[in-house]
Design a protein around this ligand. Structure first.
Ligand SMILES: [Zn+2]
Length: 479
């Protein structure tokens, strides 16, 4: 071509994504894995099981550097994330960093390390990313919510020319005196509000002239809509009313939602309802109408604002008309997608033959993340929840102890379950702990003891002491 001979290649790099001959993205994942492992080697120099960077800092590094590196362009390759070649690489990164974050022994399984570190396996995160990308970009319906469309932002190209973009400013009504000043101007005032109550969403207006309500409107929204959408719908309806109703052609609009008013002020806001409001304002101005916006502080006894709030709650709970807005916000899609990821992860975790000990303490992934968040992770906690540590059964597996048995009877394998639940050597401490919690310590209620914040501290103090003293007795270096 043009005097050059073109060479055939097996891979091609486009915008940081490596395409390979078979389009299975193995080469790309290999490259990002190598990058992450290189980072891991640097980090691990400053973060060992017993010293160095804390689990919180390591998790921040993982979430803000490793995940984005690994998941770059995931919407392109997520379809291949479950193929053996790709998954093995993704799992390797999840596990390596999981172990580092929770300060566990290097032998820990992927399942246990992800649970203890409070992270999700990368292959599941890749699928999550690409599903969300599709919803965001195309507004396509989600399998999880059939027949409904997402509210997608408008394209920046659909905004007017930058010189013609509008920034709509607002004033402040912070107390009754500010309101008195407005009332003295004898202009009609439209109070707007949006509300979420009992899982239902509504918006409303109360239109007043000389402090008397002339008109009110109640607008229900679909139950998955956000309060932001409700507030925006209320503002849109206020401006619509001004366009339609001569009496309100020039009026003040009072809203207690700073977020929506800020969006109106932002000349480049891409929210579709905000864009509609701006169009309506232009129309209103052409008719020589004028809307002035004010932010009003809520719950300071301003009657009109309380009235709009009451109407919005009624709109949410008792209005039977068709919702004025049934597009779901991206935040709602995000929650649904995360929920489905957790279902998949739960099923995979429960079926796996790995992480048997972790499952005894933390059988449910959702509750596990809640418990882990409330703990201060360290190597002892990881030993307790995984059984990988100074227990003879574990040490024997790696030829670090002559036999796996506990010296209480010389025939029961010394596992973490044994020392915590039944070993007579700790009978007294166990009994003390049970008395203090007024609960027995049994296999069936381990998760319950950890979930209950009144029992958690007491139980962990006992359990971690047992872990420590067992390791010490076994001469384990991790004591
Ligand atoms: Zn024993």
């Amino acid at each position: 071509m043009d005097g050059f001979e073109l060479q055939e290649t097996d891979t091609l790099r486009v915008l940081g994504l490596t395409l390979d001959k078979n389009l299975n993205y193995v080469q790309h994942i290999k490259e990002v894995t190598a990058k992450s492992i290189k980072l891991y080697k640097k980090v691990s120099r400053t973060a060992r099981a017993h010293w160095g960077l804390s689990p919180e800092i390591l998790k921040t590094i993982y979430i803000s550097v490793v995940e984005p590196t690994m998941l770059y362009a995931a919407n392109v390759w997520a379809g291949k994330s479950q193929t053996a070649q790709v998954k093995v690489l993704l799992d390797r990164v999840t596990r390596t960093f999981g172990i580092t974050i929770c300060k566990a022994h290097r032998t820990l399984s992927l399942e246990s390390s992800a649970i203890l570190a409070g992270i999700l396996p990368l292959d599941l995160r890749a699928v999550e990313r690409s599903t969300l990308y599709r919803v965001r970009k195309t507004g396509k319906e989600l399998d999880l919510l059939p027949g409904r469309e997402a509210e997608i932002t408008i394209s920046p190209y659909d905004l007017p020319h930058p010189a013609k973009r509008r920034s709509i400013n607002y004033g402040l009504v912070e107390d009754r005196q500010d309101l008195e000043k407005l009332l003295q101007l004898k202009m009609p005032i439209i109070y707007t509000d949006g509300s979420k109550i009992e899982g239902k969403v509504g918006a409303a207006l109360s239109c007043t002239i000389e402090d008397k309500e002339i008109l009110q409107k109640k607008l229900p929204l679909a139950s998955y809509c956000s309060v932001y959408q409700a507030e925006a719908v209320a503002l849109r309806e206020a401006v619509k009313t001004m366009v339609k109703d001569r009496r309100f052609r020039k009026a003040f609009i009072l809203s207690d939602s700073r977020a929506t008013l800020d969006s109106l002020r932002n000349p480049s806001a891409l929210h579709p309802i905000i864009a509609e409001i701006k169009d309506l304002i232009s129309k209103l101005n052409e008719m020589e109408g004028e809307a002035q916006f004010f932010w009003v502080k809520a719950h300071i006894g301003i009657v009109g604002n309380e009235r709009a709030d009451e109407l919005a709650k009624l709109a949410a709970t008792s209005c039977k008309t068709v919702p004025v807005c049934d597009r779901f916000p991206v935040s709602f899609a995000k929650r649904l997608i995360r929920d489905s990821t957790l279902d998949t992860w739960q099923a995979r975790y429960a079926e796996s033959n790995k992480g048997a000990t972790t499952k005894k303490f933390l059988p449910d992934v959702r509750r596990a993340y809640r418990i882990i968040r409330s703990l201060k992770l360290d190597n002892k906690v990881a030993q307790l929840f995984s059984g990988h540590g100074g227990f003879r059964a574990y040490l024997h597996r790696f030829k670090l102890a002559p036999d796996p048995f506990c010296n209480c009877d010389g025939e029961t394998p010394q596992t973490v379950e044994h020392v915590i639940l039944e070993c007579p050597k700790f009978l007294r401490d166990r009994y003390d702990c049970e008395c203090r919690m007024d609960q027995v310590i049994a296999l069936s209620n381990l998760e319950e003891l950890l979930s209950d914040k009144n029992h958690r501290g007491v139980f962990l103090a006992f359990a971690l002491e047992v872990v420590k003293s067992t390791a010490r007795a076994n001469g384990s270096t991790s004591a």
